[in-house]
Write a protein that binds this ligand. Structure first.
Ligand SMILES: [Ca+2]
Ligand SMILES: [Ca+2]
Ligand SMILES: [Ca+2]
Ligand SMILES: [Ca+2]
Length: 394
């Protein structure tokens, strides 16, 4: 009886999925890291590694974990509050730490098992960002009262240099790219209502991004200078030439260079935050709904392959914290560089990277040839590869 019931339940789920979810072609959703207390701030790098904080209880005890091609490694192990980890393509990370579950007062840089204290200050930093050089940008809050005073600092691996020098305004929420350019929120939080602009500092100039709203925030900047951010309720994209409206309403967005945008959008009918992918083209936008539940999807991240990760909780307003991390990943077909075929070029690459039947950490771009998703590149994968072989014109 039990097994028959579970078959029925599966069919119903599949039907619901067909009715609502539409994933980008070539991608699938995998759920990872579920627990009773939920996760915070999933960040994915180009190697498909996902850093996230996971609550260990309801009292602010949060540890950092990294998912890598099917395996999860716990990075921190103590009694602290470790929040908003971000991971770069080398596996280096930055996160905020509240010692013994107190307010976050430290920024921790992590590289191959070694922690470095980048910043310690009496107030919680208001946003931080790491790039692929291992440089870190963050906002130090000098005063929480009005006039607020918050300024940006940039750490290059050895020394920190102050980047903005405002005595009364707030410079917060930086997003740092690999050229050490950064976008941030420049705000007057003491006005009622508060107002803010999004600024971008390039090597040779500072831009104020044109916007329709008075409350501009949560920018994310790419290496080519694209920016996604929210302007009051709208989700905007800076194309390098103009500000383009992507959504009338949207949460915090994340993007790659295509640009593909991850964004949670509030649904008034279900009182929840479903997770969306937007593929922005010259004339239109392809929209994909990744979820068919009424959970609350939150901050997420997109890598250069179009894969995405986002954390969720079931129903935070009603204290149902159970949650995890959604992973939108590439379906592995043997096509190693996603040019649409499985040909000799893919074959040659496979031959170069075979590892045998032992799991290897950080397969990185070779993970796409781990066709059976078990962490190695062995004869099992090769058999699937041969079956999938198409030649240059599939
Ligand atoms: Ca190919
Ligand atoms: Ca090819
Ligand atoms: Ca294997
Ligand atoms: Ca394998």
């Amino acid at each position: 009886m039990i097994s028959r019931w579970s078959v029925v339940a599966c069919l119903l789920t599949a039907k619901t999925l067909l009715a609502q979810v539409n994933l980008p072609p070539g991608f699938e959703v995998v759920e990872i890291a579920e627990n009773d207390y939920g996760s915070t701030n999933a960040d994915i790098n180009d190697c498909g590694q996902i850093a996230f904080g996971q609550r260990q209880d309801l009292n602010g005890h949060i540890e950092v974990f990294v998912y890598d091609n099917g395996y999860i490694t716990q990075i921190t192990n103590g009694d602290d509050r470790n929040v908003i980890p971000q991971i770069n393509n080398s596996g280096q990370m930055i996160w905020g730490r509240g010692v013994h579950r107190a307010t976050v007062t430290q920024l921790i840089f992590y590289d191959q098992g070694v922690e470095t204290l980048v910043e310690e200050y009496s107030n919680a930093p208001n946003g931080w960002s790491i790039n692929n050089l291992g440089h870190v940008c963050w906002a130090r809050k000098v005063s929480s009262r009005c006039p607020r005073q918050e300024n940006l600092f940039l750490w290059d691996g050895s020394t920190a240099n102050q980047q903005t020098f405002d005595a009364e305004l707030s410079n917060v929420g930086p997003s740092l790219n690999d050229l050490d350019a950064f976008a941030w929120t420049y705000a007057q939080f003491c006005d009622n209502p508060w107002r803010s602009e999004v600024l971008v500092r390039f090597a040779d100039k500072v831009l104020t991004l044109p916007s329709p709203g008075t409350q501009n925030q949560t920018p994310e900047l790419t290496n080519s200078g694209l920016v996604v951010w929210t302007s009051s309720s709208r989700l905007l994209l800076w194309t390098g030439l103009e500000s383009r409206e992507l959504l009338e309403r949207g949460g915090r967005g994340s993007l790659n260079e295509w640009p593909r945008v991850y964004v949670p959008v509030f649904d008034f009918s279900t009182n929840s935050w479903p997770a969306w992918i937007l593929d922005v083209r010259d004339k239109d936008i392809a929209r994909y709904l990744m979820t068919d539940n009424d959970f609350w999807y939150s901050n997420g991240s997109v890598n250069k392959w179009g894969e995405a990760a986002a954390d969720w909780s079931e129903d935070p307003p009603n204290s149902q914290w159970r949650g995890g991390v959604l992973f939108l990943r590439r379906i592995r077909t043997g096509d190693s560089e996603f040019d649409g075929d499985v040909d000799l070029r893919d074959h040659n690459r496979f031959a170069q990277v075979m590892t045998g039947s032992v799991r290897k950490d950080r397969l990185c771009e070779d993970r796409f040839l781990d066709i059976d998703y078990d962490g190695d590149l062995d004869l099992g994968d090769y058999a699937k590869f041969q079956n999938a072989f198409t030649g240059a014109s599939p």
